[in-house]
Design a binder for this molecule. Sequence first.
Ligand code: ATP
Ligand code: MG
Length: 360
Amino acid sequence: MFPSREIVGIDIGSYAVKIVCFTEEKKQPRLKDWGHIPLAIKPDTPPEEKKAIISQEIKNYIKKKGIQAKYAAASISGNAVIVRYVKLPKLTKKELALTLNVEAEPFIPFDIKDVNLTCYILNDITEDNQPKMETVLVAAKKEAVKDKLDILSDAGLDPLVIDVDSFALETLYSHLAPQADNNAVLILNIGHKVTNLSIISQGTTRVVRDIFIAGSTFDKAVQKILKIDAAGADAIKKTKGLLVSDEDKAAAIEAFDKEGIAVSKAAAGVLKDLYTEVSRSIDFYLSQGMDHSISKIILSGGAVNLGNIAKFMTSEFKVPVEIVNPFAFLPEQGNKVPKEIRPALAVAAGLALRKLKDWD
Ligand SMILES: Nc1ncnc2c1ncn2[C@@H]1O[C@H](COP(=O)(O)OP(=O)(O)OP(=O)(O)O)[C@@H](O)[C@H]1O
Ligand SMILES: [Mg+2]
């Protein structure tokens, strides 16, 4: 019996679980299944109970859709993982494996015993006449990795990889833009609790950072202005958006659209804070002597459905900002998936492509 080649990408977020599975038909990739399951778990739910709810949701979905793929990939981000680009003395892979904990320790703000460490060698360089290598260090908290593994196995799946959200986005981007150009792109995956930032230059991720400003930050700002609860704020922001043009603003004032004005004000404030953080990462990237400036910002994540977000950010960042369609590389472009769901499926699509990429 050959194992099925399909892999289900499962992005377990704090707001929703996103599921994507591709298949191949006549040598063409095709979207086989997708799912978007909002979670609405009460914040005070104990962690074990939370895990049980999530794996049950995944199990139900798999049953309902008759998904036969056994293998799954999930990912971690936020406080659960640290990604660092560091220069280490030139070592063979074997030497590195033996000394990794010692080499990595100064760069990892967690107790080394609590993390799974991985190191990828990017390339060799010479610095101060010494042979060195540029590497990516990934330190993933063991507990967070175990949580994801448990959720997948309890849902009846066979976990193949626990990836990092930003790396899943890199995999996706390599399908969306297979010809690496000479410019760098910045990807912002704006979720509920966290925004994953990555800068990809010539096909390689150069900066990875998670910023704790995202959809729930919009909610808090709306709550404060309108004096309503989180659920109310979440619902209102979905019907309103940013007022960008003078006409939009004038129309909202004329219509006494108190909620519309409040959402726009709250969201603009939050996006300005996000802008400050993003600018810091761009400066950091440019300070490393990179000669490729950021040519484009690609937005993904559920929160990018906020009305007019791309327009607002284009005027703030002064570079083109576009919202991703994670299925744009498919012949049918994912046209069966509602347009507002697509950007939230980006990480799950990248996870599902891990395997497709390995087939090439
Ligand atoms: N139409 C909409 N307008 C504005 N915001 C929206 C809309 N639809 C969804 N969102 C917001 O998107 C966010 C959820 O996005 P996403 O599914 O990417 O998050 P997540 O992956 O579950 O969270 P995280 O990765 O941060 O734990 C929520 O804050 C939600 O309110
Ligand atoms: Mg997410």
